[in-house]
Design a protein around this ligand. Structure first.
Ligand code: DHB
Ligand code: FE
Length: 284
């Protein structure tokens, strides 16, 4: 049977992708950010899964504001890096896992979460920057990736609690797939940031570190944070953190199993307009 072996959490700041693509990772501004991911890059080499289930948000790239699915699962055989206005990033195409995607869609929809099925889409920085941070610049990504897009761009967006419960449903779906696959689930986006309005540039280290504490030790408490609290404390784009709760809900302890082991925790301010946060939790 398939099983979730670990979860990875990381910011997806687009300027990080540009720094990698333009060869700026050793510049003084960027060096501490990339240094913070050296552990994760080695860890991923040592713990390469068969599939990554990557929870991210599309930034009005594949889905324009004409049509906005709350939860969308990619079921395609492959996905191209999106052109977000300055040409597609020079990164490998993403190879999917249509069989596991179709199985998860079937199982999760039967568990009463209405997913949108996406047979064709391009993937933006929300998905490619986390892969770049964890993999560097390979010729091909190390394994197939299932893109799972969450609407955190246009209100109403899903609650943290619903995201956490969805993670539990995804874990059940993975556990009922009849192939012996190691699956990682990644939750991306965040941490505190606001890109527009009078509070543009807002970063809240206390909120972010408290969120990391809760995510590790008391995920139910993190799941109960209401939208208004994210907006007040973490800025308008801090709401991206609900995507981390999907990954956290898929860990064994959310279904009564043992607590995960936190093997990596990293936090750095600033990267572009954003506080960068990164965690790796292993199921034990
Ligand atoms: C920035 C961060 C984001 O999450 C994003 O989607 C776009 C821009 C930033 O910090 O500049
Ligand atoms: Fe974003």
């Amino acid at each position: 049977m398939a099983r979730i072996t670990a979860s990875v959490y990381t910011s997806h700041v687009p300027a990080i992708g540009a720094a990698i693509d333009l060869g700026k990772t050793h510049e003084p501004y960027w060096q501490p950010v990339f240094q913070g991911y050296e552990f994760g890059k080695q860890w991923l080499k040592d713990n390469t899964p068969d599939v990554i289930f990557l929870v991210y948000n599309d930034h009005a790239t594949a889905f324009s504001l004409d049509m906005i699915p709350t939860f969308a699962i990619g079921t395609a055989a492959e996905y191209q890096p999106a052109d977000e206005g300055w040409g597609p990033r020079p990164v490998p195409k993403v190879i999917g896992h249509p069989e596991l995607s179709a199985h998860i869609a079937q199982s999760v929809i039967q568990q009463d979460f209405d997913l949108t099925i996406v047979n064709k889409m391009d993937v933006d920085h929300g998905l490619t920057v986390p892969l770049s941070l964890m993999c560097g610049q390979p010729q091909a990504w190390p394994c197939p990736v299932i893109p799972f897009a969450v609407n955190v761009v246009q209100y109403p967006v899903p609650s943290g609690q619903r995201c956490f419960n969805l993670g539990k449903a995804i874990a059940k779906a993975v556990a009922s797939f009849d192939q012996d696959l190691k699956v990682q689930i990644w939750g991306t986006g965040g941490m505190s940031h606001q890109l527009q309005g009078p509070r543009a540039g807002l970063i809240n280290k206390d909120f972010d570190n408290d969120f990391l504490d809760k995510l590790i030790n008391d995920p139910e408490a993190a799941a109960s944070i209401p939208h208004i609290h994210y907006v007040r404390e973490a800025g308008s784009e801090g709401i991206e953190l609900v995507m981390w709760l999907i990954a956290r809900g898929a860990m064994s302890d959310a279904a009564g199993g043992p607590k995960p082991r936190a093997v990596r925790r990293f936090y750095h301010v600033p990267a572009s307009n954003t506080a960068v946060g990164h965690l790796i939790l292993e199921n034990t």
